[in-house]
Ligand binder design. Structure first.
Ligand SMILES: Nc1ncnc2c1ncn2[C@@H]1O[C@H](COP(=O)(O)OP(=O)(O)OP(=O)(O)O)[C@@H](O)[C@H]1O
Ligand SMILES: [Mg+2]
Length: 215
């Protein structure tokens, strides 16, 4: 049995992760590939409860340490219940965010010690690393504008902005820079996908990186 590959989608809010993930789903289906689509937080039943606690706790009541530990709890469950069994059965796993998001959001942006974050990520993942991480890179202002446009459209399932959408622009700038720093340190794993162009242009850039990884 050939082990499946783990591909993770990262980047600031509104950079196009979910849009491109849906397009990749169609591309892989057309090729007859075996894969599952998932996300963090919220890839498991327990994770969905954690997700709603985290993203809908709208009154600033989630303490940063509680937030960090909830993300890691979600991840511990996700890796063991969903990701590893899928990979071991030869299924590729595409995840909308994974531990790089904690490194960046809870580490750099919220200020937790990088060694603590590394340790907790290692504990939660059991050392599992993505085969490929797609970092959709975009100016913060454009990402926020796209998110606002999405929130304003009635047809959107995201009609209510979540907690992160209300952070100041400076917060999102730190997040973007931290993601780019990670990519510089792990260029083989993390591929930067410039995302300023149209959906189709970004898709072509993503597919080139994915086809290389999946062979
Ligand atoms: N290349 C693009 N050009 C213009 N608009 C885009 C592009 N890609 C995505 N969008 C739109 O921008 C909005 C945000 O995209 P999307 O939801 O895919 O981002 P995301 O990275 O998943 O955001 P979040 O982190 O908030 O989940 C959506 O309304 C989407 O339709
Ligand atoms: Mg999304």
């Amino acid at each position: 049995m050939i082990r499946g590959k783990l591909i993770t989608f990262e980047g600031i809010d509104g950079c196009g992760k979910s849009t491109q993930l849906a397009l990749l789903e169609k591309h892989l289906s057309d090729r007859g590939a075996s894969f599952v689509i998932t996300r963090e937080p919220g890839g498991t039943e327990l994770g969905r409860k954690i997700r709603s606690a985290l993203l809908e706790g709208s009154d600033g009541s989630v303490e940063p340490l509680a937030e960090l530990l909830l993300y890691e709890a979600d991840r511990a469950q996700h890796v063991r219940q969903l990701i590893l069994p899928a990979l071991e059965s030869g299924t590729h796993v595409l995840s909308d965010r994974f531990y790089d998001a904690t490194t960046v959001y809870q580490g750099t942006a919220r200020g937790f010690d990088p060694d603590l974050i590394r340790h907790l990520n290692m504990l939660a993942t059991g050392g599992l690393k993505p085969d490929l991480t797609l970092l959709f890179d975009l100016d913060v202002e454009i990402g926020l504008a796209r998110t606002r446009a999405r929130s304003g459209s009635d047809a959107s399932p995201h009609a209510k902005p979540d907690r992160l959408d209300r952070e100041p622009v400076e917060f999102h700038r730190r997040v973007r820079k931290a993601y780019l720093d990670l990519a510089r340190h792990e260029p083989d794993r993390i591929r930067i996908i410039p995302s300023h162009g149209t959906v189709e242009e970004t898709f072509e850039l993503m597919i080139a990186a994915v086809d290389l990884a999946l062979g």
